[in-house]
Design a protein around this ligand. Structure first.
Ligand code: ADP
Ligand code: MG
Length: 712
């Protein structure tokens, strides 16, 4: 057990070890405690009951000092033989206790008069802390303490994660109360229970009772590896809740209506937009693009709203698939909206789509936050009248003022960059008669299978698993920052061949200005080194117009080198760019690195990605940073990258970055609990069909209000 770290901020009047006795009256008004509980998400009794300990303290035994070894976390009981305030090395309270076998000094750097009172000479006290061999004998620093007496608890003492303003003692009491009051009656129908949970037939109540207050004979390792039947029960319950709610969301959606996008409005003689677009493309679709196109078309033909994720590695050609879907929608006489997370990306789409579709007579409206009032008014009018069949833009597309005439298909690029609320807002744009638009979401970060089965079970997934032909694989090199000069030479060579280069600098939120300096300096150095070439700078603080100007110079091939912060992270498409340099690559996440690398290798020329790293003051890179860079060198495959990313980061963070809105698993682990996942997947439909009431109770118990989010 790790020793408790004494924190100066923790009120010592309620030491972590004060359990056996009564909980002191709250020092703060009740509302402050309530607020702290709220912050932890502990609103209902069941939430409290499911707030499991981080670890346990063993207060069931009193150890003799002579038997305690250095570093042990122990509880001892003895008489105070001395108590004094000393001033060396700094002001502190030093209390000596004697338990008959040995003595020990308790040191308190922060203390109140009450400390001295409780631990006055002659008092018999019970103390808990880490024993150390001090300079002048054995000692404990900031142990918890109280007057001796009172029975020893029969169970281990739980230690919960908490927040400022909520001392352990209060939280323990709250959890105990919640555990007592919560409805923990069985929700898993008996036949399903016995089928899969033979050695796990603890009831939820038994499992929670045990996990909050385990008996001291249990090996601590069973808590750590979560193998105990009590843990198994919780994992099963949690995964079942997740599967039930996803399946329920899917069924709710299946009961909703969307306009089927059959191109019934067209005469046979008339060639559809879709077919014309296909004909005019300068390339043939890959087999994968054709396959996903057909999957999407099948969805669009139905009167149930599509809810499909199109995943494909960077550069796999998702945009054209989206354009073809949009064309189908317009062929059926409905409007389509495409939303991208950044203005640069949205504009790329806009330009591409108008070059493809405008010659075919499609009117497209453009909406962003930065546009002029007049321009926007015109766009809004075109959208409301239906004159614009296609709307492209940023978040501006989902603002209240945007009223569509007849929206039927919403396409979201880089869906993980949008929050749940935004997806919901887009869906509410349909307007009339309780219908919903079809939803197509695109992502370049493929979702590993286990996650797709759990968090995204309510999503149909289409995958582009092949790159357009003629691409040469990108060669990735990891280079120490000390060899920067060589890289600059390499850039010179690329530029001399008429190729274009990206140089990306990291952006850490806390020190945006430092990074700006970093990017600016790099820009200056490169500009000075390459006097004949145009070297541009792009960062998030620049005015939009300036950003656009830089981007279009680069797009048109007039700018040879683009130094930028991560604003170019997604979607930028300049096939002539063949070298990507990423500075401080050790600071980037794996999927971000992969996304950035995907900006090159889009044309026929051999492309390279250089990952410049710096170890700072450390002798070498940290382990996870090394694992990330290694993965980058070893594979170009987005699926493999995603798998390794999940491995390195764990699903919590992996999903966190996506703002998925899906409640994360707290107890189950998708990597190791695949058995339970399969069990829950099989059980969920039967339970919804045959035991709807139990299913509802189960979802409510585990997800409460959060289940709402799954509908997005
Ligand atoms: P992403 O999937 O990363 O969004 P894009 O849609 O931007 O990829 O496509 C990358 C590049 O590949 C674009 O220049 C696009 O025009 C081109 N492209 C797409 N499909 C094909 C294809 N079947 N054959 C050749 N080039 C293609
Ligand atoms: Mg894209």
């Amino acid at each position: 057990m790790p020793p408790p770290v004494p924190k100066a901020s923790e009120p010592l009047a309620a030491p972590a070890g004060a359990v056996a006795g009564k909980v002191p009256a709250p020092a703060e008004p009740r509302s402050a405690i309530q607020k702290a509980l709220d912050k932890l998400g502990l609103r209902r009794d069941i939430d409290l009951a499911l707030h499991l300990p981080l670890r346990y303290e063993d207060e069931t035994r009193i150890v003799m000092l002579k038997d305690a070894r250095d570093g042990d976390m122990v509880q001892i009981e003895g008489h105070v033989t001395n108590s004094e305030i000393s001033f060396r090395p700094r002001r502190q309270l030093r209390v000596t206790i004697d338990d008959g076998s040995d003595t020990c000094v308790l040191r308190f750097i922060n203390f109140y008069p009450s400390h001295q009172k409780t631990m006055s000479v002659g008092a018999l006290i019970r103390v808990r802390g880490e024993i150390r061999g001090g300079f002048v004998g054995r000692e404990m620093v900031h142990p918890s303490f109280k007057l001796a007496g009172g029975e020893l608890p029969g169970a281990l003492t739980p230690v919960y994660s908490t927040v400022a303003g909520l001392p352990q003692a209060y939280l323990r009491k709250a959890v105990l109360g919640g555990l007592g009051r919560a409805d923990l009656s069985e929700t898993i129908p008996a036949p399903f229970l016995s089928k899969k949970l033979p050695q796990t037939l603890l009831s939820l109540r038994q499992a929670l009772q045990f996990l909050h207050h385990p008996t001291p004979d249990v090996a601590l390792s069973v808590f750590e590896d979560r193998s105990h039947p009590a843990w198994q029960r919780l994992k099963a319950e949690e995964l079942l809740a997740q599967q039930l709610s996803q399946l329920q969301a899917r069924r709710v959606r299946a009961a909703m209506r969307a306009p089927p996008l059959l191109n019934s409005g067209l005469q046979n003689t008339q060639c559809t937009l879709h077919d014309q677009l296909l004909e005019r493309l300068p390339f043939r679709l890959t087999a994968a693009q054709q396959r996903v196109g057909a999957e999407i078309a099948a969805d669009l033909n139905k009167n149930i709203p599509m809810h499909r994720l199109l995943q494909g590695d960077v550069g796999s050609g998702k945009t054209v698939v989206a354009a073809l879907a949009a064309a189908r929608c317009m062929d059926a006489g409905w409007q389509c909206a495409l939303m991208a997370p950044t203005e640069i990306l949205a504009e790329q789409h806009f330009r591409k789509l108008i070059t493809w579709l405008e010659p075919l007579g499609v009117k497209t409206a453009w909406l962003t936050g930065s546009q002029k009032a007049k321009e926007r008014r015109e766009a809004l009018a075109m959208i409301a009248s239906g004159e614009a069949a296609l709307v492209v833009g940023t978040h501006a597309v989902i603002q209240d003022k945007v009223i569509f005439k007849n929206l039927a298909l919403a396409i979201i690029d880089e869906q993980h960059r949008f929050g749940v609320a935004q997806r919901l807002a887009l869906r509410s744009k349909m307007g009339d008669g309780g219908q919903e638009p079809h939803l197509l979401m695109m992502t370049a970060t493929p979702i590993p299978r286990t996650l797709a089965m759990s968090y995204y079970a309510d999503l149909d997934v289409s995958t582009i698993d092949e790159l357009p032909p003629g691409r040469t694989p990108i060669v990735t090199k990891v280079v120490n920052d000390a060899r920067r000069d060589e890289i600059v030479e390499r850039i010179r060579a690329q530029v001399a061949e008429g190729r274009q280069v990206y140089w990306v600098c990291p952006l850490i939120e806390e020190s945006e200005s430092i990074d700006l300096v970093n990017a600016t300096q790099t820009h200056e150095v490169l500009a000075a080194t390459l006097p004949d070439a145009l070297v541009g700078l792009l960062h998030s603080r620049m005015p939009v117009a300036e950003k656009k100007a830089v981007m279009s110079l680069f797009n048109e091939g007039l700018m040879a080198v683009l130094v930028s912060t991560t604003v170019i992270e997604v979607g930028v498409d300049v096939p002539n760019a063949s070298l990507m340099v990423i500075e401080h690559a050790e600071r980037f996440g794996l999927s971000q690195l992969h996304q950035l690398r995907g900006r090159v290798g889009r044309g026929a020329a051999a492309s390279a990605c250089v990952l410049l790293y710096s170890t700072g003051d450390a002798p070498r890179l940290g382990e996870t940073a090394r694992a990330r860079l290694k993965a980058m060198v070893e594979t170009n495959d987005g699926f493999e990258i995603a798998r390794r990313d999940l491995e390195i980061r764990g699903p919590g963070e992996f999903l966190g970055a996506r703002q998925s809105g899906a409640p994360l698993l707290r107890f189950a682990d998708l990597q190791t609990d695949t058995d339970w996942l399969e069990w829950a997947r099989a059980l969920a439909p039967q339970m919804l069909d045959q035991h709807a009431d139990l299913a509802r109770r189960h979802i409510l118990r585990w997800l409460g209000g959060k289940a709402e989010f799954l509908k997005a």
